[in-house]
Design a protein around this ligand. Structure first.
Ligand code: ITP
Ligand code: ZN
Ligand code: ZN
Length: 224
């Protein structure tokens, strides 16, 4: 649980109401924790959501900026959370209930950017539906900056399910434990995923478990 507390500490720091300016280094550290699977997207989004309700408008705004960054940098695990019906409903209610015009316009900006970014993903249509509803209720959206809807594509793949090792096909059991390769997301036995590597392309700076095939790929000298 230490790692999760580490996340909580960073989030408290990034949303401290003692600050007047955003703490971008801490916000980026929060993104790294999620990208490295040190904190689950579900836990992270739920924790940021709580800060959106702070009575202190600075704290709520810093939470929105943190939310914006993790959506941009942490990939589909976070998108699944923020594009859920419940989360969109929560944002719609906040747009209607907040007393602070800057919070309202920041939320409208985010929902609009996400709707554009997810425009080809039917499973995220709750975001577009929310834009449609708020427009029908005469909320004014800021001009869309397409750059706001550019999300980093280079995040580690989601972990696959599987009852057998993706490489040697051995069946998992109490004795044959299941593991995941952080580079390809596939499921492996210990023998086929006994090596570790950093994965800088995914923003993973620490050694994480990778399968033999991915190990060969990432440790091959760049010349070949
Ligand atoms: O050991 P378990 O209780 O079975 O849990 C497994 C470990 O958490 C593995 O982590 P690892 O890949 O870092 O080993 C993970 O990849 C598996 O999906 C989990 O089932
Ligand atoms: Zn295997
Ligand atoms: Zn792999």
């Amino acid at each position: 649980m230490f790692r999760v507390n580490n996340f909580d500490k960073l989030l408290d720091k990034a949303t401290s109401n003692l600050r007047l300016e955003p703490d971008w280094p801490t916000i980026l550290q929060i993104c790294d924790l999620i990208r490295q699977n040190d904190c689950s997207p579900k836990y992270a989004v739920a924790a940021v959501k709580k800060k959106l309700y702070s009575q202190n408008p600075h704290q709520a705004m810093f939470a929105l900026l943190t939310l914006e960054s993790i959506v941009k940098n942490c990939g589909s695990g976070v998108h699944d959370e923020v594009a859920s019906k419940a989360f969109c409903e929560m944002l719609k209610d906040l747009v209607k209930s907040t007393q602070h015009e800057n919070l309202r316009s920041k939320i409208l900006e985010l929902i609009q950017a996400w709707a554009f970014a997810f425009r080809n993903s039917p499973k995220y249509r709750a975001v577009q539906d929310t834009v449609t509803i708020l427009k029908a209720e005469s909320f004014k959206f800021p001009p869309l900056k397409e750059s706001d809807a550019m999300f980093s594509a280079d995040t580690a793949p989601e972990w696959a399910d599987g009852e057998v090792c993706h490489r040697c096909r051995v069946a998992f059991s109490l004795m044959v434990r299941r593991h995941h390769c952080r580079a390809c997301g596939q499921v492996f036995c210990q023998q086929c995923s006994s090596k570790t590597s950093t994965l800088p392309k995914f923003g993973i700076e620490k050694e994480v478990r990778v399968c033999d095939a991915c190990y060969d790929k990432v440790s091959r000298p760049p010349s070949s």
